[in-house]
Design a protein around this ligand. Structure first.
Ligand SMILES: Nc1ncnc2c1ncn2[C@@H]1O[C@H](COP(=O)(O)OP(=O)(O)OP(=O)(O)O)[C@@H](O)[C@H]1O
Length: 310
């Protein structure tokens, strides 16, 4: 089993505590979404796991070993941290060939990952001519080069077009199905909801949540019911007597907060009120995330303004 294990990890930059006593385990066979407001410590944690920075205290290991102790690390751990990092005057193919040679990876893997990342026709071009999306694809190709069991991607959808976003989503799902450990940071909640099974959420360097996506949404949202009825005013009165507010929506439906569909259904049935539609509404990951991180957002316009997806 190749897990990423973080134990009491702390990183201070001067007086800034970027990561604060963080303990979590990222397990194989799942895509784990790594979330948190700007400056929460996600990139710092990834850098510490990859040995690119030294922790102030605590440990980060991959499969039980610090990254620095892993021989030919690209064969075990693939990471995309900064897509701008590749040497601009090299071609994409030469960049990957150099990485392959340094890690004793056969050169034919270069052609495979170029193909997989949709860069086969651009392989002979210098990286400095690449768009941001192409650089992301190249970074992901590099991460996959050594067929690693552990993949860490920092904002992989950055700069990708809609087709690229679908590609990366399906790629991550497949990597997890193959039993690999996949850790992906993102600011895009709707996007994360489409690929993550599990979530690790940071706020100001501390762990706010380490839970399945489903449990996270259930824990950080209140129930809400959507319904349609020809007898809205009567039902609204009945629900008001029980302390529930029924709110008219623009599309002719009503919503009721803080209640489950079963309860509304039995109240309506008890008073012979017809319901043409009745359903529990699933809160979105974005709503649950905003509810959890409202107090931990360092750089927000106002604490109550929901952020739009970038
Ligand atoms: N090299 C550094 N020197 C000084 N401070 C740093 C350094 N790297 C990160 N920090 C600080 O550490 C904190 C965490 O930053 P980090 O980049 O890890 O957050 P993040 O969650 O990845 O944010 P974002 O979502 O904006 O990418 C921030 O306050 C940041 O300013």
């Amino acid at each position: 089993m190749t897990s990423i294990d973080v134990q009491n990890l702390t990183k201070e930059y001067g007086t800034t505590r970027a990561v604060d006593q963080l303990t979590c385990t990222v397990r194989p066979g799942k895509v784990t979404g790594f979330l948190g407001p700007n400056g929460a410590g996600k990139s710092t944690t990834m850098r510490l796991v990859l040995g690119l920075d030294r922790p102030t205290s605590g440990t980060a290991t991959i499969g039980g070993r610090p990254y620095a102790d892993i021989d030919e690390p690209l064969r075990h751990v693939g990471a995309l941290l900064d897509a701008q990092a590749a040497h601009g005057s090299r071609t994409a193919r030469n960049h990957l060939l150099a990485l392959a040679a340094a890690n004793r990876i056969p050169a034919r893997r270069v052609e495979e990952v170029l193909e997989e990342a949709g860069l086969a026709t651009a392989a002979g071009r210098r990286i400095k001519t690449f768009s941001l999306g192409m650089r992301q694809r190249l970074g992901i190709a590099a991460a996959l080069l050594g067929d690693p069991r552990v993949i860490m991607l920092d904002e992989p959808s950055n700069g990708l077009d809609p087709e690229g976003i679908i590609w990366i989503r399906e790629l991550m799902r497949r990597l997890a199905r193959e039993g690999r450990t996949v850790l992906v940071s993102s600011h895009l909640m709707n996007e994360t909801a489409t690929f993550a099974d599990h979530l690790v959420v940071l706020g100001r360097g501390r762990l706010l949540a380490d839970t399945s996506m489903r449990d996270f949404i259930a824990a950080h949202s209140s129930p809400r019911v959507r319904l349609r009825t020809p007898d809205g005013d009567r039902l609204r009165g009945l629900l008001a007597d029980k302390g529930y507010a029924m709110t008219a929506q623009d599309d002719g439906r009503w919503t009721v907060e803080g209640v489950k569909a079963e309860e509304i259904g039995s109240i309506a049935a008890g008073h012979a009120i017809a319901l043409l539609e009745l359903a529990d509404e699933q809160a979105s990951l974005e709503q649950a995330y905003l509810a959890l991180t409202a107090d931990d957002t360092e750089f927000a316009a106002t604490a109550t303004t929901p952020r739009q997806e970038a």
